[in-house]
Design a binder for this molecule. Structure first.
Ligand SMILES: [Zn+2]
Ligand SMILES: [Zn+2]
Length: 383
């Protein structure tokens, strides 16, 4: 396999040199599709790219997802595969995720030692939480049914090749909200004439903080952050309109629904108390990522069998992950793969000097291939 692994390093550097933002992954998609076609896979090009590899006559099927998009960040590194597009870079390692999955496709199409179907899912626009749902809306899961789905994210700061995951919730949801309060603006010296909205908004900011403190279970891991307080007031003009914007995180869908309900209850109640109109939008950008028992057990078992440092009960991550839409549709497992602690590999995701660790290309593609052999084993009773 040495030649495949060497090829993966230069392939990853090609992706790194030519990053594209979410839903603009034109050249990246073309490269992925061409690679899969060269391997002889059935390839479907839509909003993303799907490659299908079938062996034997087993009717089980698993999906593996990689993300392809880059970020609007200007790369500060000086290595010879630095981004050629100013202001755009692979700062989250999706160049590596894509390359690992292509490597797995190649290794499995050479070894041919499984029985069933592998669906390789290359999704666009993970960073805005839009790509996986766009693929599902396009009918990818209906056209290519899968029994289970998996995805890896690299993890800077963790030892190279360490695999960590957990059963249950692993990434949080993210919802953005906007509360608009309408009263009646007026002269700052005559508050009795208008209907001031700024004091009402201030009351809401404080009252919304009682949701996490007083209405949710201790340790529920939910966050309500008001991040913007906008008014149309002037130095001597009371505002007729105040808008509060913010960000909500939750670990469980039921907590997210409760949070929204409590937020509406509090903002409506305070508005009624002061005789102002209020409206609230609550827009969930990323849903919670939930790992199912069997796929997660399989990940830990395969990881240990490869001799990799394995953590099967890691704490949940604070970030959100678009893979959640796939693992809400079919049982799945999202796992983290240590990117190293030193230098650019140890820099945080989305840092301008972060880099994916090339050592993971071999480890990750071998892991995917081993997982496929575990989940789609060759039948013992061959005629
Ligand atoms: Zn990211
Ligand atoms: Zn990412």
């Amino acid at each position: 396999m040495a030649s495949i692994d060497e090829k993966l390093v230069s392939l990853r550097h090609e992706f790194h040199r030519d990053p594209e933002l979410g839903f603009q992954e034109v050249r990246t998609k073309a490269k992925v599709a061409a690679y899969l076609k060269d391997l002889g896979l059935e390839v479907h090009e839509g909003v993303g790219v799907v490659g299908v590899l079938r062996m034997g006559n087993g009717n089980r099927s698993i999906g593996i997802r990689a993300d392809m998009d880059a970020l609007p960040i200007h790369e500060t590194s000086t290595h010879d595969y630095v981004s050629k597009t100013p202001g755009v870079m692979h700062a989250c390692g999706h160049d590596g995720h894509t390359t690992m999955l292509l490597g797995a496709a190649e290794k499995l199409s050479v070894s041919r030692d499984f029985d069933g179907t592998v669906v390789f899912l290359f999704q666009p626009n993970e960073e805005h939480g839009l790509g996986s749902q766009a693929m599902i809306d396009e009918g990818v899961l209906a056209q290519f049914p899968i029994d289970e789905v998996y995805a890896i994210h690299n993890l800077p700061g963790a030892p190279v090749g360490q695999i960590s995951t957990r059963v249950g919730q692993i990434c949080s949801s993210e919802s953005l909200f906007e509360i608009t309060i309408n009263g009646k603006g007026g002269h700052a010296s005559m508050p009795q004439v208008g209907v001031d909205t700024i004091t009402v908004g201030a009351e809401m900011v404080l009252a919304l903080q009682t949701i996490v403190a007083r209405k949710m279970a201790p340790g529920a891991g939910v966050v309500v952050s008001i991040t913007e307080f906008l008014t149309d007031g002037q130095r001597n003009v009371l505002p007729g309109q105040t808008i509060l914007k913010g960000d909500v995180r939750a670990r469980l869908p039921e907590d997210r629904n409760d949070l929204e309900r409590f937020m509406r209850q509090i903002s409506n109640g305070i508005a009624a108390a002061h005789g102002v109109d209020v409206s609230m939008s609550f827009d969930t950008q990323f849903i919670e990522t939930i790992n199912a028992q069997d796929p997660t057990d399989a990940v830990a078992r395969v990881s240990k069998s490869m001799g990799l440092d394995t953590i099967s009960d890691r704490p949940p991550m604070s970030f959100s992950e678009d893979f959640a839409h796939f693992s809400a549709a079919v049982p799945g497992c999202f796992l983290l793969l240590g990117n190293g602690e030193e230098g650019p590999n140890g820099q945080p995701l989305h840092a301008a000097d972060y880099d994916f660790n090339d050592d993971l290309l071999t480890i990750g593609s071998n892991f995917w291939a081993a997982l496929v052999r575990d989940r789609l084993p060759l039948r013992q009773d061959k005629e």
